[in-house]
Design a protein around this ligand. Structure first.
Ligand SMILES: [Zn+2]
Length: 255
């Protein structure tokens, strides 16, 4: 069913009220949701790095184990060659075994050097791990604090938020898609999130530029959708100025 311009404007204004209230709720939360997300990402990054460090450490330990086994193997061979050397039949055999002994001795020296290098790397990695864990702890504390703050703020407004979101679903169903798209577009471009405004005191309620009387009359008629020629916001109507009695100030009683 086709709705009249007046109905469309009413639906738009209703949606605007809901969205403005939601904006206010999110404004109270401020940058906290983003800060919590950033910290969570940062912590996840540190945890990945920590895992990598631990894998590296494990592989260095494995290397050391292998080098130590190699040394034992060489020592066994040396013992065997030394026994053989006792029973050589000629100089040629003796020299050959001496060469083997020298070779194994060299193997042991190389392995010991590599063990030393691996241990130095383990030491430096361990201090990296310690520093990383410290950073991780600090960030975790920051995250816990911020999460706590955010949860408190959210708990104060979550009931209202879910009610408003349900209201919003209902409200958007009453507005045709094309109009809803324009509404979203205007809202995205508006700093104060206002896409639908009233004329207040002869001026646009969004950008505060003067709306000429004839245009105000057209807006009052609600025969067609009229937008502000300065900011493009939709005019939902003209707010009647209510003559208010100036509130009398309480005379401060002298003591
Ligand atoms: Zn305007």
């Amino acid at each position: 069913m086709e709705s009249t311009v007046a109905q469309k404007l009413e639906a738009l204004l209703n949606l605007q009220k809901i969205d403005s209230r939601l904006d206010a709720i999110f404004k109270v939360r401020g940058a906290l949701p983003e800060e919590v997300q950033d910290l969570e990402d940062e912590i996840a990054g540190y945890e990945t790095r920590l895992e990598k460090f631990n894998t590296d450490l494990q592989s260095l330990e494995d290397d050391i184990k292998t080098y130590k086994e190699n040394i034992k193997e060489s020592e066994k061979l040396i013992k065997k060659y030394q026994e053989q050397q006792m029973n050589v039949r000629n100089n040629r055999e003796y020299d050959a075994i001496t060469k083997e002994l020298e070779l194994q001795d060299l193997e042991i020296q190389v392995a010991k050097k590599k063990i030393g290098e691996a241990q130095a790397r383990i030491e430096s990695k361990n201090s990296d791990v310690e520093a990383l864990k410290e950073t991780l702890n600090e960030r975790q504390k920051d995250l816990d604090t911020k999460k706590g703050e955010l949860e408190t703020i959210i708990s104060e407004s979550e009931n209202e938020e879910s009610k408003l979101k349900a209201d919003r679903d209902k409200a958007t169903k009453k507005i045709e898609e094309r109009l809803l798209k324009s509404y979203s577009k205007i809202r995205d471009n508006a700093k104060n999130g206002l896409a639908v405004v009233m004329v207040k005191r002869g001026a646009c309620g969004g950008c505060f530029n003067i709306v000429p009387p004839q245009r105000q009359a057209d807006i009052r008629e609600k025969k067609k959708l009229i937008v502000c020629e300065h900011c493009g916001r939709v005019f939902a109507g003209v707010e009647d100025e209510i003559e208010e009695e100036p509130v009398k100030k309480k005379r401060s009683s002298r003591s």
